[in-house]
Design a protein around this ligand. Structure first.
Ligand SMILES: [Zn+2]
Length: 274
């Protein structure tokens, strides 16, 4: 119980769970996942941040770390369709599929526009679908790009190939107005319903490709609580160390004598000037 309280001083339990999944989308080995998470929390734990902000910054730091490591972040899974995606793409898919994060939250983590998140997500999904189809060696036609289709009525929503409405609809990122329009339109338009159906299947098929974390719970709890201990110690030293040292210095007998001598010298110097 005590241990859990220590952990909670750095990161909320629900954020820790999310961050473990983020780490799993970026690093292939459980040891690298937990080590990266610990290093990140150690750095951010010292900063004065709200728990919400700290969790976001931790996710950002993990993405940056994976990007810097390049291939060595996923040594054992170089051939896996998921790990062939870029670190940012893997993070976006984890955020959307497993963590159910909004585009806005992901945009905040990556420091990009919301529209860029939609484009990044669509490219990642299409790339992953094609790469999964290739690695499964399925028959021709199975790697057909889901969701692409030509609008057959003038009232059909515009299909932007880099960021289609189907994805926005399924990720629940439409405004109430857009959603109402689409729902009404889908009731009367077969081709849009078909396009949406293909996109829904795409998103569903990708679920199995997104890894789950397997960080050992007990090891992880121990190391995070040790980390919390050492951070608390560092924080105290960081905050009060300077003043403690100064007080100790001023209380020393030789320091007092030195200050007295300096004072006398100043008085003498001033008296000769006048
Ligand atoms: Zn339509």
């Amino acid at each position: 119980m005590e241990k859990l309280n220590f952990v909670n001083t750095i990161v909320r339990p629900e954020d820790l769970e999310s961050l473990k999944e983020v780490a799993a989308s970026l690093f292939s080995e459980p040891e690298t996942q937990s080590q990266s998470l610990l290093d990140t929390l150690a750095t951010l734990g010292l900063m004065d941040l709200t728990p919400e902000r700290r969790a976001l910054k931790a996710a950002t730091a993990l993405v940056n770390r994976a990007e810097n490591q390049g291939v060595s972040a996923f040594k054992s899974k170089v051939g896996s369709p998921f790990f062939r995606l870029s670190a940012k793409q893997r993070f976006v898919l984890m955020g959307l599929h497993r963590l159910k994060w909004s585009y806005a939250r992901i945009a905040d983590c990556l420091g990009i526009e919301i529209t860029s998140v939609a484009e990044l997500a669509w490219l990642a999904r299409i790339t992953l679908q094609m790469s999964m189809a290739t690695s499964e060696k399925s028959g021709p036609g199975s790697n057909r790009v889901a969701g692409s289709g030509l609008a057959s009525h003038s009232s059909c929503p515009e299909f932007v190939s880099s960021s289609p409405w189907t994805q926005k609809f399924l990720d629940e990122e439409c405004t109430v107005r857009e959603r109402t329009f689409l729902q009404n339109h889908l009731m009367v338009c077969d081709s849009c319903r078909m396009v949406l159906g293909r996109a829904r299947k795409l998103l569903f098929d990708l679920e199995i490709a997104i890894p789950k974390h397997n960080i050992d719970e007990s090891i992880e709890l121990d190391s995070i609580s040790n980390l919390a201990d050492s951070m608390r110690a560092r924080k105290v030293v960081g905050r009060f160390g300077f003043w403690n040292d100064l007080l100790r210095f001023l209380n020393r007998v030789d320091t007092k004598l030195l200050l007295f001598a300096l004072g006398a010298l100043l008085v003498f110097w001033f008296s000769t000037k006048v």
